[in-house]
Design a binder for this molecule. Sequence first.
Ligand SMILES: Cc1cc2nc3c(=O)[nH]c(=O)nc-3n(C[C@H](O)[C@H](O)[C@H](O)COP(=O)(O)O)c2cc1C
Length: 510
Amino acid sequence: MRSVALPELRQHHGAQTALPWWTALDGVVYDVTGFAKRHPGGERVLRDVCGRDGTAAMVAVHPRDMAARVLSPAEVVGRLDATGITPEDVAKDPTARAAPEREEARPPLEQMLNAFDFEAVARETLSAEAWGYYSSGADDEISLRENHTAFQRVWLKPRVMVNVRAVDTTCEVLPGVSGRSALPLYISATAMGKLAHPDGEQAIVRAAHAANVVYMLPTLSSCTLEEMLAVRAPGQAVFSQLYVNADRERTREYVQRLERAGVRALFVTVDAPQLGRREKDMRNNFTSAKSDVQRGEDVRRDEGVTRAISSFIDPGLCWDDLGWLMGLSRMPLFLKGVQCAEDAVLAFRRGCRGVVLSNHGGRQLDASRSAIECLAEVMPALRAEPGYSRDRFHVYVDGGVRRGADVFKAVAMGATAVGVGRPVLYALAGYGQPGIERLVRVLRDELEMTMRLMGTPRLADASDAHVITRDLATHVTPTPRDFLAETTYEPLQTQTQRAGRKRGDVRGRL
Ligand SMILES: Cc1cc2nc3c(=O)[nH]c(=O)nc-3n(C[C@H](O)[C@H](O)[C@H](O)COP(=O)(O)O)c2cc1C
């Protein structure tokens, strides 16, 4: 392979645009003029690496062998001659923080006592872009906060004098399909795992196995589907989340790949015909977002990671499509993002195997209710349906689950299991796979303690009789101040504030 130096490359445009359509990956220079049109995130996403060494930026969110797999030998220009390369010639890793800073912010893993501890560490260790993308909620983040505080409006009514020497938190999250889990909890689908950790979703698959919980693979993963599936342990159950592509043929192919690979259940996301405005994410102007998956159209990259990766989602998806979706595979089908009794009942009547009550972690419609509040409305409506039974139709909830007691409350109110999203990303960001394993262990231990103190040694013992939910729908009610969660909101930093000027000095006059 011939050697090429920067001056020659600067002449090498390869397109009738001002942008130099070449990049160097692992020392090899590629002409990406053609690839730009094929890139799943659209050609604009490639701009940051064009005309520069893109290795660090690429491996931050993609598998290392990506270039060799998606670029052909005909697109190789030569081997990069590193003479004269300056830091400006190297595209930055969008996820990186200086290593010493990361280490300093990371207490030993044993000091992580609860889900919020992981969040506090993640905030310090994640890049601004990754933190913005993961932690943001839609608009005023009302639903984001509500998801967590709603659990605090459910009070517990323990029974005493019950033999609780042995407490069993294990269950089948999807009876007859998923195998037994350590507790009624699964890891929900969250996009772009590599923003948290270089191993991305692969680390989550491994951790799910080690912690004995099921992982719902995201459509918008930063590892390829094959990479996620390849690290499954023998017999490990995984679910899959699905965004339906406007190009229905792509969805059909994708679902069939999932079924061939032995994925146990399909969760179709139905709360995202348009992605919510997540302003913390948008403010970052994140231009380097990339994900594998189904190909999308060109994207507006000034709107944060969210818009950059989601342009292919079909806003036309409706109840009439359910028959087609069910016909694509034999996997049990669930709707993820149902938010009222009427839709849960429709899903039941139309033959779904269940629903996830969810407002997408408060990232979609702001002021939508928490899943736990919806659960209180949904269960009586389902119980009134002829033919309904808890074995036949499963109700899951996600959003704001941060304590074992939250898991208990949901199960007592009728949920089969709960999903967790952000806590897993935060644990991954700070500590990789062992972090997720510890997070699950902590939640399991908390659940076990709650069950013991509640006088419910088996999950089946927990029922409506153990929870007081009458305040749940009353949104104005005194709740304790939530110091842990409140510290995660980040307001806009004005130029003045960024410049570090004092309040009395200038701000009062703005
Ligand atoms: C960073 C992030 C990315 C997400 N990506 C997806 C996604 O691609 N598809 C989806 O259906 N839900 C997605 N979700 C929603 C989660 O599956 C889940 O509903 C939510 O995170 C639960 O709330 P929690 O984060 O409070 O646990 C995402 C959530 C987060 C925080």
